[in-house]
Ligand binder design. Structure first.
Ligand code: NAD
Length: 367
């Protein structure tokens, strides 16, 4: 099967970190025979400058036709005053919406060498490896009715939490499938104590579990208690599956357990395509970092780890994903640190390209 990949470097540090991913892609082709058909296009502010829109129809069509899309970052002060419908972020939102990417995967993994960067104590986070799975296309951010209305002599703001059975079932299945490839445990979080949508969520997750995934260990937790447990004893979890709103909050909380924004990858997956691979968009969690753009200072690891997720979830190359993650672990253990990772314990300061080259060297050494 050919492996098709669309690269959308975007704005700010996006092209800088993507240049390092290109090195890894080339390495996988040359040294592992894992060849990618790569195309590249514009997204965000740079697309607006060239075409007057943050994502052209042609780029959108390309995204729909490839196995995976890898995006850098979008936005920056240059485009802050643009009308809402052509803001850089609209390009990203269009991709997520039209590809119907309902499953957002946010791993929170604490590399041993960086455990002191966490706001938590080392023993709480060292060795942490959990996955927050957030439902991304439904729930309170999309439910109707919504708006600000007049009611009597005052205004009322309304948003509606709404989940259908099939929406819950498909995200539950993604959670159980993920768990089977990890530590085989899922914790589902909602507020079934106070919300009917939470009651249905718990019922459907349990039904899917009992009928299709009885081998996976399933537990349930109220989302507020989950937040407490995540900050108290995060290593008790493997996969956490939750809705759009709670997932938004819990994934940011989990991210901060691990330290720097420059280290965090993500994936958003949709339904399987004809070739069995899911629609997929991979991107670092960070933005375009205009304060350091163009200076060769950005940490490329979040984008490189996003590519590792693409290897694992789109290209059936889990062993190469493991190899790449181990290479990242090695350069960190060797003390290499981009500016965002320099702390009291010192280390060797490196720029974006040096970090990418060191990861390629660690890949070489792994053979
Ligand atoms: P940001 O993530 O761009 O930056 C926050 C801070 O983290 C900055 O100090 C930055 O220098 C640092 N940082 C981020 N990534 C880094 C990396 N890889 N290496 C080293 N340091 C890194 O968030 P922001 O400053 O709030 O937003 C800047 C722009 O990015 C805005 O236009 C915003 O709309 C956009 N944004 C885009 C995305 C996206 O493309 N997915 C996400 C968030 C923000």
């Amino acid at each position: 099967m050919t492996n098709t990949l669309l690269i959308l470097p975007g704005d700010g540090i996006g092209p800088e970190v993507m240049a390092e991913v290109r090195k890894i892609i080339d390495w996988m082709g040359a040294r592992r025979g894992l060849v990618f058909e790569v195309s590249e296009d514009l997204v965000g502010g740079c697309s607006y400058d060239a075409h007057g829109t943050p994502l052209t129809d042609a780029a959108m069509a390309k995204a729909q036709s490839v196995d995976a899309v890898l995006l850098g970052a979008v936005g920056g002060p240059k485009w802050d005053d643009l009308p809402f419908e052509v803001k850089p972020e609209r390009g990203l939102l269009r991709l997520r919406k039209e590809m119907d990417l309902y499953a957002n995967l946010r791993p929170a993994k604490c590399f041993d060498a960086l455990a002191d960067f966490s706001s938590m104590k080392r023993e709480v986070v060292a060795g942490l490896d959990i996955m927050i799975l957030r439902e991304l296309t439904s729930g309170i951010y999309f439910g109707e009715p919504r708006g600000i209305f007049e009611e009597g002599n005052e205004r009322v703001g309304i948003n509606t939490q709404r989940y259908t059975e099939s929406e819950i079932a498909r995200i539950a299945r993604t959670g159980f499938e993920l768990a089977r490839k990890r530590d085989n445990r899922v914790c589902s979080m909602e507020k079934a104590n106070v919300m009917e949508s939470g009651v249905l969520w718990r019922q459907v997750v349990t039904e899917i579990h009992d009928a299709e995934y009885p081998d996976v260990e399933l537990s349930h937790m109220y989302a507020d208690a989950g937040a407490m447990q995540l900050s108290r004893r995060p290593k008790q979890f493997d996969v956490i599956v939750t809705d759009n709103l709670f997932g938004d909050i819990l994934s940011d909380l989990a991210a901060m357990l691990t330290g720097s924004l420059g280290m965090l990858p993500s994936a958003s997956l949709g339904a399987p395509m004809e070739n069995g691979r899911p629609k997929a968009l991979y991107e670092p969690v960070h933005g375009s970092a205009p304060d350091i753009a163009g200076q060769g200072k950005a940490n490329p690891i979040a984008c490189i780890l996003s590519f590792a997720m693409a290897l694992r979830y789109s290209f059936d190359a889990g062993a190469e994903a493991d190899r790449l993650e181990a290479a990242v672990e090695k350069v960190l253990a060797d003390g290499l640190r981009t500016a965002d990772l320099t702390g009291p314990e010192g280390g060797t300061p490196v720029g974006t390209a040096e970090m990418g080259d060191a990861i390629v060297a660690a890949l070489d050494a792994s053979l």
